[in-house]
Design a protein around this ligand. Sequence first.
Ligand SMILES: Nc1ncnc2c1ncn2[C@@H]1O[C@H](COP(=O)(O)OP(=O)(O)OP(=O)(O)O)[C@@H](O)[C@H]1O
Ligand SMILES: [Mg+2]
Length: 238
Amino acid sequence: MKSDIHYNDILSMVTHDLKSPMTAIMGELDMLSLDNLSKKEKEVSIKSARKASKNILRLIESILVMAKIEAGKENIELQTVDDLQGVFQDIVSTFKYEIKSKQINFIIKIEKNLPTVSWDIDKLQYHCFNNIISNALKFTPEKGTIQFSVMTQDKNSIAISIKDDGIGICKEKRHTIFEKFDTHENQKVFKGNGLGLYNAYNFIKQHNGTIKVVDGLHNKGIGFRITVPINPNKNKGN
Ligand SMILES: Nc1ncnc2c1ncn2[C@@H]1O[C@H](COP(=O)(O)OP(=O)(O)OP(=O)(O)O)[C@@H](O)[C@H]1O
Ligand SMILES: [Mg+2]
């Protein structure tokens, strides 16, 4: 099982994941050192070096978060969020370039007048919501459909659902996707570190919430349904 991963295995996976963006950056730097480069070529090299640097940063951040979670040191800090609708709109708008360039039919349904919640919104936003949206975009081919909805489930919790009609996840693999370093077997096409859902699951759990795999759209793809209590402390009985 992936949860039994040994320290040395982690080290070899991390170094392997660092190697390819580092090689890309070095290649682009070599390219940029040439004298006869056109403005367009320069722009392309800078863009691709920036993308590779971002991948390295993301990997480092995910690993740090994973290590802190496992040491019991990555605790959530609840804060009052009174514009949840705005927060979710901002989250979706950070993906607008990718949505547009893949011509995705992105259907958003965010309930108006969502209640004020007490969440660690940064952790949920960066490690959970961003990851499930970016997964849906990564695993859904061009012109596919993604449905994202946020609504009050009952008076105590918010339900967030994301469904796509992409490549989906086979039944046997569905129970391992929340484990660390569980990546898609085709890493050449679907790059990733396999830490997104592991970290997301842990932060949702710390909020006393749930995350479940559900059916996707059009008899294809996959879906995730998340519920987070409006006030996680209250549900703990504190
Ligand atoms: N929407 C989806 N469609 C198909 N497969 C998915 C989807 N979401 C997750 N998966 C599967 O679950 C695995 C784990 O997802 P996770 O977000 O943890 O890792 P990742 O996206 O590969 O890497 P990272 O998020 O760390 O960059 C993915 O590699 C993929 O195999
Ligand atoms: Mg991911």
